[in-house]
Design a protein around this ligand. Structure first.
Ligand code: SD4
Length: 341
């Protein structure tokens, strides 16, 4: 349950950080009124979140489950060959293999995950099957592939000619250096070796008409990563966390820093203590800066959060992070606050 006293305190202390919706909610709490729940609603990271939200919204507007909505949404960038950082068409690791990471979490605390999965275009659906058909949370590599094939997923080549070309160009210098704001469409990627896209992940959070939350996260990870490297995206608590009593959070950016700070779990726990979604995301970003100030200057990390009332917020290390929101009234692409770097 959201702690009322702390919620009000956060409203008073962090006024400049709060959205109008947060302020109204805080006032309503103060006056002892009940807060109107903004549902159904779906949020997704980055510009491509708009298309993902549209697919998720079809499920939500028909009264469907948040779990089905986030899976449907995540499958959109996974299938999009123009998306170089999620699913089929994702950039390969330094040895030329496209390896995918994904996880999903429902309103009952169930979760499923796959990491370093090859040859399967929809890792989010395999992750859901791990959740629903096995006693486990996570399957990796060969075992994840075996499980997927046994359950009817088709194997296919995920490396596209464009991905191969970029990888070969990257091999000339072999410089593994995450580039800040590479996701930003206005950034001139032509200047980078191998036209290098280093990161972009879809994290998607939904609250359905029944008031239940779910989330999904899927990625091909850092471009040209070391063979076997797994980022935060399939790690429950790092790339994604959902607690149906409180809210959900997801992360994007350099996964190592998100894992080190257990970022999404941290955001949800801060919301449990009464922080607004935006304030919780900001605190998680600040935790990364505190722990690794020098690294923080070089990288991008963004958090996105949704609470049980349908209030949402985001924050990133660097400017350039975007997220999409769809709640029936609006379908917006928003640019959240960023730290001062
Ligand atoms: C990773 N977090 O593998 C992912 C990459 C990402 O925006 O989110 N990029 O570390």
């Amino acid at each position: 349950m959201i702690n009322r006293r702390k919620f009000i305190k956060a409203g008073a202390m962090g006024a400049s950080l709060l959205s109008t919706a947060d302020m109204l909610a805080a006032c309503a709490h103060q006056a002892g009124e009940s807060t109107t729940i903004n549902k159904p609603i779906v949020l997704s990271t980055w510009d491509f979140g708009v298309a993902a939200n549209q697919a998720a919204w079809e499920v939500l507007k028909a009264g469907g489950r948040a779990l089905d909505a986030v899976e449907a949404g995540a499958r959109v960038p996974e299938a999009d060959l123009a998306n170089l950082t999620v699913g089929k068409g994702g950039y390969p690791d330094r040895d030329g293999h496209v390896t995918l990471d994904a996880c999903i979490m429902d309103d009952k605390g169930n979760c499923g995950s796959v990491a370093a999965l090859e040859n399967i275009a929809h890792p989010i659906s395999v992750a859901r099957m791990v959740m629903e058909k096995t006693p486990h949370v996570m399957l990796v590599g060969e075992g994840a592939l075996q499980f997927a094939v046994e359950n009817g997923f088709e194997q296919e080549v995920l490396l596209t000619p464009e991905g191969e070309k970029a990888w070969k160009a990257w091999l000339k210098e072999k410089k593994y250096e995450p580039v800040v704001n590479i996701e930003n469409k206005s950034f001139n990627t032509e200047k980078l070796p191998g036209n290098q896209y280093n990161h972009d992940t879809i994290g998607i959070l939904a609250l359905d008409a029944e008031g239940n939350l779910s989330g999904a996260c899927t990625t091909s990870g850092m471009a040209f990563k070391m063979r076997g490297r797994v980022g935060d995206s399939p790690i429950i608590g790092a790339g994604l966390y959902v607690d149906n009593e409180v809210g959900g959070a997801t992360a994007t950016g350099v996964g190592e820093e998100v894992i080190r700070t257990v970022g999404s779990f941290l955001v949800v726990e801060l919301m449990r203590q009464g922080r607004s979604p935006q304030d919780a995301c900001k605190e998680a970003v600040e935790r990364i800066i505190e722990k690794k100030p020098d690294t923080a200057k070089q990288i991008q990390v963004g958090f996105l959060a949704l609470n049980k009332n349908g209030e949402y917020g985001a924050f990133s290390l660097q400017k350039g992070f975007s997220y999409a929101v769809c709640d029936g009234q609006k379908q917006d692409l928003l640019l959240p606050g960023a730290s001062v770097y």
